[in-house]
Ligand binder design. Structure first.
Ligand SMILES: Cc1cc2nc3c(=O)[nH]c(=O)nc-3n(C[C@H](O)[C@H](O)[C@H](O)COP(=O)(O)O)c2cc1C
Length: 182
């Protein structure tokens, strides 16, 4: 099962990217994770799209299309999505062959605030739902107060956080199998 990981933060020391990287070792057997590059996408502009897809957008669309599932780790910016994540979703969303159609997706969020990005997840679910992606409903994983849950190298130090992600990934595997049967 090929999973494409998308982090909604470009920060080098991003907690979301660190959590996504940690998923490599928390995944069930048979699942692999490749990280998407979204930092070099231009801001979406229909004129650029119409003039011919930039290489970065082509790569992202192809990677989403080829993946069995997409795993999104998202920060919460002012109660919603970071602009880079929304931009990536938009680049992959335009017809023909919009990449989110029927794609299994799992979402989790990591934030410095105590709610762990509870609000951003519902915006992501709403956006991807209308693109006909199949977003895993549960378990929901919100990793709050992230400063105390990672070490300086980005390794997860909090056992409960590792368990939440492990359960999410197991549930995602089952979800993908179920969606592929449809
Ligand atoms: C523009 C901006 C807006 C933010 N808004 C929120 C917010 O609404 N809720 C929240 O919990 N944290 C908010 N934060 C703090 C982030 O949770 C924190 O910076 C977190 O570390 C970002 O994720 P990252 O470590 O993956 O970059 C905001 C940060 C930025 C830069």
């Amino acid at each position: 099962m090929k999973i494409l990981g998308i982090s909604g933060s470009l920060r080098k020391a991003s907690f979301n990217t660190a959590a996504l990287r940690a998923c490599h070792e928390l995944m069930p057997q048979g699942m692999t994770l490749e990280m998407a590059e979204i930092g070099d996408l231009p801001m979406f502009n229909q004129d650029i799209f119409d003039a011919g897809l930039p290489e970065s957008a082509k790569c992202l669309r192809a990677a989403v299309t080829a993946a069995d599932g997409v795993l999104i780790a998202s920060p919460e910016y002012n109660f919603s999505l970071s602009p880079v994540l929304k931009n990536a979703i938009d680049w992959a969303s335009r017809p023909p062959n919009q990449s989110w159609q029927d794609k299994p997706v799992a979402v989790f969020s990591v934030s410095g605030g105590p709610l762990g990005g509870a609000r951003v997840q519902y915006d992501i679910r709403r956006i991807l739902g209308q693109l006909w992606a199949h977003v895993l409903p549960r378990p929901e994983v919100f990793i709050g107060s992230a400063q105390g849950k990672f070490d300086a190298q980005g390794k997860i130090t909090d056992e409960a956080t590792r368990k939440f992600l492990t359960d999410l990934l197991a549930g995602f595997g089952t979800w993908i199998t179920r969606m592929q049967k449809k």
